[in-house]
Design a protein around this ligand. Structure first.
Ligand code: ADP
Length: 451
């Protein structure tokens, strides 16, 4: 895309090239005239030749002007879902992605209704800013989306831009991190310049903790670059007045490490928390991702949602995709429940290791180990239930026992932790009882017990 900030005629190199082209053209014309009409006066000949060249020149000028006009209007003319990199941004070699007319909508985001409600107000503001400004209301300039990876922070930010039908400028916080002092700050300046030009728009900074960590006292010098970059973000956000209509959304899973200055009013003063989905949320997300896919009539998404506690939106999306791949591998026309359940194992543990050679002894040890987990979980826990036990190796695991919580919980009691510890060590105990010694198969259990 053309660089609108720095027009060609403001660029000394382009000017020099243009001047050289004109001189070259004049010299060629003079030489051609002298060769073709050696007897005639040079002025008459050049005028004659110019008369013939004039229509071509005019055409060239018209094409050039059309190109300039088109590139200035480029965003309006772009097709749906188009995503490009702003080449002007490459001046600072950062990867800024510019998208216009995104097709992502709130309907594509499920299981985080509160976050959507909060952001619906931002969409309304971008669509009808007068409604708010006439009342003297000011939208927050920045909103912080907080949540573990894969919970839909980027998706939600895109949905806001899609719903409001405004450009979406997205960059990762790590793009600002450079060895050279001042480069990150220059990138931030570029970003805010672009944002102002495309306003109203959404700026999305992913992983803002890469750059927004608490500033140091200035000792050591190692973090000077990051501090300057962060300062530039603060200055940039302060530079947006209530008329600018640029809303900065930033995502992080570490709000605790962010500098307080970033979180104060006028900057990222609103935090929106996106958590891993609960049962209802998982069902809604699965429904979004099976939309438009040929599902077998017997597929029960409620069961699937109950089998996937702890999985994020991204995991669920990947689960449905894995199931579709498994169905394709079976040459089936529809995705079945069996594909979906097999896909859970693939997402959680990795693909089956068909070719791994396992001796009978190893099988026996693994079987005894997994049975130990299952029996202890069944006996000690009132709420958790054993859902699956297998000795088919997947990823690095020789086998595994899946114990599901009876319900989605946020509060855990001491006795529940003790129950979990007990069944986690059930495999170790079973090996000890059966074989009189333990194998390395119990090492993961020891690590997870200790942490
Ligand atoms: P994050 O930015 O939080 O790491 P993303 O927004 O990049 O997560 O999510 C990755 C993918 O996971 C999305 O493109 C989407 O397909 C799926 N996904 C995540 N959360 C949700 C959700 N709440 N509803 C629907 N799909 C989701």
């Amino acid at each position: 895309m053309a660089d609108h900030n720095r027009r060609w005629y403001r660029n000394p190199t382009s000017l020099l090239l243009a001047a050289s082209a004109v001189i070259l053209f004049a010299l060629t014309l003079r030489t051609a005239a002298a060769i073709i009409y050696p007897e005639q006066a040079l002025g008459v000949v050049i005028f004659g030749l110019l008369g013939q060249l004039l229509p071509i020149l005019l055409c060239g000028i018209v094409v050039f002007l059309l190109y300039q006009w088109h590139s200035r209007r480029a965003p309006e003319g772009q097709a749906d879902r188009q995503t490009r990199e702003l080449t002007s941004f490459s001046r600072s070699h950062a990867h800024l992605v510019f998208s216009y007319k995104l097709s992502t909508r709130f309907a594509d985001v499920a299981g985080i209704d509160e976050a959507k409600e909060e952001l619906a107000e931002v969409v309304d503001f971008l669509k009808h800013p007068d409604k708010y400004t006439s009342l003297g209301a000011r939208m927050p300039k920045g909103l912080l989306l907080v949540g573990p990876p894969g919970t839909g922070k980027t998706l939600l930010a895109r949905a806001v831009a899609g719903e409001a039908d405004v450009p979406f400028l997205s960059i990762s916080g790590s793009e600002f991190v450079e060895v050279y002092v001042g480069v990150g700050a220059a990138r931030v300046r570029d970003l805010f310049e672009q944002a102002r030009r495309y306003a109203p728009c959404i700026v999305f900074i992913d992983e803002i903790d890469a750059v927004g960590r608490q500033r140091t006292a200035g000792l050591g010098g190692g973090s000077d670059e990051r501090d300057q970059t962060l300062n530039q973000i603060l200055v940039g956000m302060d530079g947006f007045d209530s008329e600018t209509n640029v809303i900065v959304l930033a995502a992080t899973n570490r709000p605790d490490v962010l500098d307080q200055a970033l979180l104060r009013p006028g900057r990222f003063d609103r935090q929106i928390v996106l958590d891993r989905p609960d049962l209802k949320g998982r069902l809604a997300i699965l429904q979004v991702h099976v939309r438009g896919k040929p599902m077998h009539a017997g597929v029960n998404l409620d069961v699937l949602a109950s089998l996937t506690p702890g999985l994020s939106g991204a995991d669920l999306e990947s689960l449905v995709n894995e199931a579709a791949l498994l169905a394709a591998r079976r040459d089936s026309r529809t995705i079945g429940q069996q594909d979906l359940e097999e896909a859970i194992d693939r997402v959680l543990m990795g693909p089956r290791c068909h070719s791994r050679l396992i001796s009978q002894r190893e099988r026996t040890v693994t079987a005894s180990h997994e049975a130990g987990h299952a029996i202890v979980a069944h006996v000690v826990s009132n709420v958790d239930r054993v859902q699956r036990i297998t000795i088919v190796p997947r990823g690095t695991a020789g086998g595994y026992t899946r114990v599901l919580p009876g319900e989605d919980r946020r509060l855990f009691t001491r006795s529940e932790f003790e129950e979990t510890l007990a069944w986690t060590m059930g495999g170790y105990a079973a090996e000890q009882i059966t074989f009189g010694e333990v194998s390395t198969g119990a090492s993961d259990d020891l690590v997870s017990t200790a942490t």
